[in-house]
Design a protein around this ligand. Structure first.
Ligand code: C5P
Length: 237
């Protein structure tokens, strides 16, 4: 398998073609962005830490029967993935109120959400990823009702697996964002799962171990990501 040209550079990852039309290489960079790219910083080791984190989580999800694009980790900062036709809709599940939900609805941060909520956002930086719903996704052709139903079902399956995994490390999975795509017509989990796209709090102290440390200027961002890795058993190899 040969690495070919760069196809796309996102805010934290770059995507490369390979000599196999069905496979891509994701390169996890040290770049860290917040507020739709308004704030950018390079954090040492982040690419490596997130690549390992994502590989570990994707393998767990695959073992639990959730189809993912992940094939294998190639190096410290690169992974091989299936090429998906991405669906431009972000799926967010919240177990505990934080972030956008608190801002939007004025509910108390830290309130347990029973049942957990499910929200859809359009992936569009220029519009700041506006909240959408199934009707809008259907009308504008972003995803069909059947695809959305499958995305919702898979997003909640991920919740069951990961809530348990993080709880074993003394961490609360507060919320997270997933992105899906199509591979041979099947809905498959794409993008990444790392502390960049979820909120993780210490179950007892509620200390933050995720990207909110960067957004809120708390420092110790990568150290916190590494601590999560240790707690859930990610080895250094
Ligand atoms: O900002 P908000 O509270 O809506 O985010 C919910 C969850 O989704 C958080 O864990 C956040 O990190 C993640 N998210 C993301 N990328 C976005 C929007 C939200 O990873 N574009």
């Amino acid at each position: 398998m040969e690495k070919r040209q760069e196809l796309y550079a996102g805010k934290a990852k770059s995507v490369f073609a390979t000599d196999d039309p069905d496979l891509l290489i994701l390169n996890f960079r040290d770049d860290t962005s917040a507020f739709d790219g308004e704030r950018m910083e390079s954090l040492e080791r982040k690419g490596m830490v997130n690549n390992r984190f994502n590989a570990f989580i994707m393998e767990k999800l695959q073992l639990a029967g959730i189809p993912t694009h992940f094939e294998r980790r190639l190096s410290d900062t690169e992974s091989l993935v299936k090429k998906l036709e991405m669906i431009p809709v972000e799926c967010v599940v919240r177990n505990v109120a934080a972030g956008g939900l608190v801002k939007r609805l004025g509910v108390e941060e830290g309130r347990e959400l029973t049942p957990p909520t499910f929200e859809l956002f359009l992936k569009n930086d220029a519009l700041h990823d506006p909240m959408i719903n199934e009707s809008l996704a259907d009308t504008f052709g972003w995803a069909t009702p059947a695809q959305l139903a499958e995305m919702k079902s898979l997003t909640f399956k991920v919740n069951a697996v990961l809530k348990q995994l993080f709880a074993e490390g003394g961490l609360l999975l507060v919320d997270y964002k997933l992105e899906f795509g199509l591979f041979n017509g099947e809905i498959v989990l794409g993008d990444e799962f790392s502390p960049d796209g979820c909120r993780l709090w210490d179950a007892d102290t509620r200390e933050k171990f995720d990207k909110d440390r960067f957004r809120q200027g708390l420092g110790g961002v990568i150290e916190a990501y590494e601590e999560v890795g240790r707690r859930i058993g990610i080895g250094a190899d």
